[in-house]
Design a protein around this ligand. Structure first.
Ligand code: HEM
Length: 185
């Protein structure tokens, strides 16, 4: 099943990205620093969302419109008194079909699982607002994740398609890791 295979095959890429994000979070000393981290998330997620949009139709994933997206990041950045200008440059994977789009969306939806840990780390640094993005779906998180992975598993089953989704997810992770090597202007 793809949901099992993709988790296993992207484990390393997740660990590498998690390490980069944790390093950034630990360096946060002010709301402005936090807003800068969110701008990295915004630049990447917003660009990727536009690339997958043609493929993630309502017929494929009926609850897509109600899912968390980069507009939450914009809201958080603005709540912190910053703006979505001077964004860091991003390179996203090439998305040319539903399979690649779902591989990329797997990474974005899965990132919600790390949210509670991120919020706790931020609170330790004295940050107390701008949490709408990392709060994810709260108690609904498990149900939303199950819905997503069911659609993903039903849509992608052939071995070569699974390999394509996994490649897309791995590239989505690694390209995002690169974004954190660049400082927002
Ligand atoms: C401080 C940063 C992060 C922490 C502490 C973290 C932690 C976690 C944890 C605890 C899980 C659940 C694992 C499980 O239940 O088996 C998870 C899953 C996941 N995370 Fe992260 N994460 C972080 C950042 C990210 C980011 C930035 C992304 C992507 C943009 C991401 C993508 C994923 C994905 C795709 C899964 C789902 C794995 C699966 O069950 O298939 N994570 N993460």
């Amino acid at each position: 099943m793809l949901s099992t295979n993709i988790k296993e095959a992207t484990k390393m890429a997740h660990q590498e990205l998690e390490g980069k994000v944790v390093k950034k979070l630990k360096a946060i000393r002010s709301e402005a620093d936090y807003a800068d981290v969110l701008k990295h998330f915004y630049a990447y997620f917003n660009t990727l969302e536009a690339a997958i949009k043609p493929y993630i139709t309502e017929g494929l994933l009926p609850d897509y419109a109600s899912r968390r997206n980069s507009s939450y990041l914009k809201q958080d950045i603005e709540e912190l008194g910053a703006f979505i200008n001077d964004l860091p440059p991003v390179t996203i994977p090439a998305i040319g079909n539903v399979t690649e789009a779902l591989g990329a969306l797997y990474v974005m939806e899965g990132s919600i699982m790390g949210g509670p840990y991120i919020v706790k780390m931020l609170q330790k640094s004295g940050i107390d607002k701008g949490f709408s993005f990392f709060s994810g779906y709260g108690e609904e998180t498990g149900r939303m994740w199950d819905n997503f992975t069911s659609v993903m598993n039903q849509t992608i089953s052939a071995e070569k398609d699974q390999a394509m989704a996994i490649k897309s997810a791995n590239e989505t992770f690694s390209n995002f890791s690169h974004v954190f090597e660049v400082k927002a202007a």
